[in-house]
Design a protein around this ligand. Sequence first.
Ligand SMILES: [Cu+2]
Length: 93
Amino acid sequence: MMKKIAIALTGCLVAASAFAWDDGGIVQSIALRDGSTVHVFDNGKMAMENQYGLITSMKEGQVMKTKDGKDLVMNGNETARLYIVLGRQYRGN
Ligand SMILES: [Cu+2]
């Protein structure tokens, strides 16, 4: 009986881990001073999420101020890719 429970729990952990690592290629999410977030993908391109969690567009080359006061230059404007990634996270599959 105990063995069965242990196996079931292990199965859950594996599933939870797989979900946590499925980040859609986002390697970093940086908080900006205005409350928005810039997501950096594995290819270095970026996508913006505003303070309400909505995906927004930003011109490439625009300078952003991070929450800790650094300047960050917008590289790319991957709104479509972020839609796919965040959509997947919200649905949980
Ligand atoms: Cu930006």
